[in-house]
Design a protein around this ligand. Structure first.
Ligand SMILES: NC(=O)c1ccc[n+]([C@@H]2O[C@H](COP(=O)([O-])OP(=O)(O)OC[C@H]3O[C@@H](n4cnc5c(N)ncnc54)[C@H](O)[C@@H]3O)[C@@H](O)[C@H]2O)c1
Length: 503
């Protein structure tokens, strides 16, 4: 059932880029938005979208797409292409909800801002993390003055694992498989800074003004990367941390942390001058001995519908705000200027990191004289080429197995490390966690033949091109997965059995 939010007015919308784009179908239905068109040049992605949204006319090319009858478009194409793609959509007369981030270089940002100003169409950035139940509650408290003024905050957006670089968003291995994902395979995490900084901006209403960051020279094991900033000047992709310190417009400081790591982290700490939230407790009382309250915020209106959408409700709300602005003119949180602020905070952080921490301004693109300084600024960091991780003369009958082999292999390495490291820390872990360790050891034991087969499959690719970026990553991952121990089956079984008998 759809909500009738806009007095019976139904919005016709197209989706450009049907991977992430497919996440909006349910929210659109709930909001009474008709997804009438979709565009993606990848057959696999398009066919999957058709299964969940058969009513939409689908095409593989943008010219045909823009001829279809709809007034608004979700731009969910490759991350670094959003500015150019949004400009095309605006020129075709469509309102745009653009996935994060808004643009890839400052010069593109200037062009995009001016195109939005010229067209007078609605532009919103689809930064969804501010619209989770908790973040919306913190924003309400801030508005009510409970926090006072923001003094310091730190939000994380840290992901574990390397899988997204060899698969489509739904986990299907890339085709052809001898490469990394189009942009996830090379994009440095500083560029993807909106999910951690975005909520702080929306909660506090402040803009980021200045940023400083140190370069990260340590990468996750077994991921594809260059030789490091000091050797070949290549920055890591999503396999390293990307922390920065940001000065906000009221003089407060924010630590913005993104990263690819061995574990997820979505920590939130928000300190105001009158109250604080530490990730679990709300501290009120205006001084150190005040009460510590565990909170369980509830949705306002439309919460049930929001709950069903992805990302803790965020996808629902951003679509709702966008539609509301088109229909009623009421401003949504992420206009082109806020979108520029949050996007530039990441670009300038990486720039600062590559200048040994030199503080960089986060230019305010609301001002034409500021934009003029960045109009020709096409700076971008040097990165690996995701389609060239094996030599040009590679035998694709071997290398095309890279993505499917990795997809199967990576979780097995996680299992191996979990079991072997679990055995090492077993004595110290709490009783309820001991069972988890025992289960992992048993699983390793029962899947040992499958694991050995997967290791051999990966070893074949690594040995074929040992000094290529792809080959090096596989060798590193095999080492992480204790290949030598795994291949010595009898010795390992004896070790595992000995542990299980005494555990
Ligand atoms: N806000 C969030 O929580 C969230 C989550 C995931 C992804 N995203 C964003 O959504 C965007 C898309 O993410 P994804 O995971 O689907 O990435 P993706 O790169 O896998 O998907 C982009 C899709 O667009 C298609 N495409 C690109 N250019 C095209 C063109 N000119 N014509 C036709 N099709 C084209 C590609 O074939 C691909 O299927 C990214 O920018 C990402 O930052 C946001």
């Amino acid at each position: 059932m759809s909500l009738d939010l806009f007095g019976g007015r139904r919005l016709k919308m197209g989706i450009w880029g049907l991977g992430r784009g497919s996440a909006f179908v349910n929210s659109a239905r709930a909001l009474g938005i008709d997804i009438v068109a979709g565009c993606d040049f990848d057959d696999i992605v398009r066919n999957k979208f058709h299964e969940i949204c058969p009513e939409a006319v689908l095409t593989d090319n943008e010219e045909d797409f823009f001829k279809l009858d709809f007034e608004a478009v979700l731009v969910s194409t490759f991350c670094p292409n959003h500015a150019q793609d949004t400009i095309k959509a605006l020129k075709a007369g469509k309102h745009v909800l653009s996935e994060v981030t808004a643009f890839f270089t400052p010069a593109q940002g200037v062009e995009l801002v001016e195109e939005v100003e010229k067209r007078g169409l609605v532009y919103n950035l689809a930064e969804n993390y501010p619209f989770t139940k908790l973040n919306m509650y913190l924003a309400r408290l801030y508005k009510q003055g409970i926090f006072g003024e923001l003094a310091y905050a730190e939000f994380d957006y840290v992901h574990g694992g390397v899988n997204p670089c060899v698969t489509y968003l739904d986990g299907t291995p890339l085709v052809p498989g001898n490469r990394l994902h189009h942009w996830r395979g090379w994009l440095n995490y500083h560029y993807y800074c909106t999910h951690s900084l975005g909520p702080i901006m929306v909660i506090s209403g402040l803009r980021p003004e200045k940023v400083t960051a140190f370069p990260e020279d340590v990468f996750c094991k077994g991921t594809v990367h260059g030789k490091g900033r000091k050797v070949d000047g290549i920055v890591p992709n999503l396999c390293a941390f990307a922390p920065s310190l940001i000065q906000m417009s009221n003089g407060s400081v924010v630590r913005n942390l993104m990263g690819g790591s061995v574990s997820d982290s979505h920590q939130k700490r928000f300190f105001g001058t009158k109250a604080a939230y530490d990730g679990k407790y709300l501290h009120i009382g205006g001084a150190e001995r005040g009460p510590r309250l565990e909170i369980d915020p509830q949705w306002d209106e439309m919460g049930q519908e929001a709950e069903k959408a992805g990302h803790g409700g965020g996808d629902f709300w951003e679509l709702y705000y966008f539609a509301r602005q088109i229909v009623t003119g009421e401003k949504a949180p992420w206009d082109i200027y806020a979108a520029s602020d949050v996007t530039l905070a990441g670009i300038q952080a990486l720039r600062s990191a590559l200048s040994e921490g030199e503080p960089m301004e986060i230019p305010d693109f609301r001002k034409k004289e500021v934009r003029d300084r960045y109009r020709n600024d096409n700076w971008m960091a040097k990165h690996i080429e995701p389609e060239k991780i094996f030599p040009e003369d590679q035998d694709t009958s071997i290398t095309n197995d890279f993505a499917p082999a990795c997809k199967a292999f990576v979780p097995l390495v996680t299992l191996v490390r979990s079991a072997l490291d679990g055995m090492k820390v077993y004595d110290a872990v709490k009783k309820e966690n001991k069972i988890l360790v025992i289960e992992k050891v048993k699983e390793l034991r029962s899947r040992l033949d499958e694991i050995r087969k997967s290791y051999s499959r990966v070893r074949k690719i690594a040995d074929a091109y040992p000094s290529s970026q792809g080959g090096e990553a596989l060798r590193e991952k095999l080492e992480l997965g204790e290949e030598a121990r795994i291949m010595d089956k009898d010795a390992l079984l004896a070790e595992l059995d000995d542990f299980l008998i005494h555990a």
